[in-house]
Design a protein around this ligand. Structure first.
Ligand SMILES: [Mg+2]
Length: 190
């Protein structure tokens, strides 16, 4: 079995420009390639993207746009000698699609559980990193430790979580700090 670090995409790996649909607009955030490389090299974590892409449901982009952006992210990471192991995304939204289809959407743990089954991942020793309350909630619902990335929206995100009595395992100032928390935490429990 593998252990995984699940990553939100927009706002975590790449700059969130509000519905990232053009591969040319992809900007990888600071320290992300370095952080991913460390997680893989030190502990052999699988790196799995778990992303809501409701822009598809809303007609703002196509499935192909999502795939092209994912490919661009992969290409940019490979320039730093690292890569994502798998991309999962939910293109549905309950305002536009039926409930059954939309159940993949974070904060549901659906995509994390699916990835865990398909990629043979042990959730007991896996983590989720994201910049939104829905990332932390999805991680919580899947039973993994979750790290919230600080951003200008963090107060709002923490308030959302507090309402549900869910707290991130750690709040990190940036992606590298999140990785350092995981390395310490995982190393300590090994
Ligand atoms: Mg995000």
């Amino acid at each position: 079995m593998y252990n995984a670090v699940f990553l939100d995409r927009d706002g975590t790996i790449n700059l969130d420009t509000n519905y990232v649909k053009n591969p040319d607009d992809v900007i990888i955030l600071p320290h992300v390639p370095e952080g991913i490389r460390k997680l893989k090299e030190l502990f052999g974590f699988k790196i799995v993207v778990i992303s809501n892409q409701a822009g598809v449901a809303k007609g703002l982009m196509t499935l192909n746009d999502v795939h092209l952006v994912n490919e661009k992210i992969q290409l940019l990471l490979k320039e730093y000698n690292t890569e994502i192991d798998a991309f999962y995304f939910c293109p549905f939204h309950p305002d536009y699609d039926d409930e059954e289809k939309s159940k993949c959407r974070k904060p549901s743990p659906f995509m994390i559980l699916k990835a865990s089954k398909e990629l043979n991942i042990n959730l007991n020793k896996s983590y989720m990193i994201g910049d939104r309350s829905s990332d932390i909630e999805a991680g919580f619902n899947a039973g993994v430790k979750s790290i919230l990335l600080s951003s200008e929206i963090i107060d709002k995100e923490l308030e959302q979580l507090k309402k549900k009595n869910i707290f991130p395992s750690y709040i990190a100032n940036n992606f590298l700090e999140a990785c350092e928390f995981i390395i310490k935490d995982f190393g300590g429990n090994n």
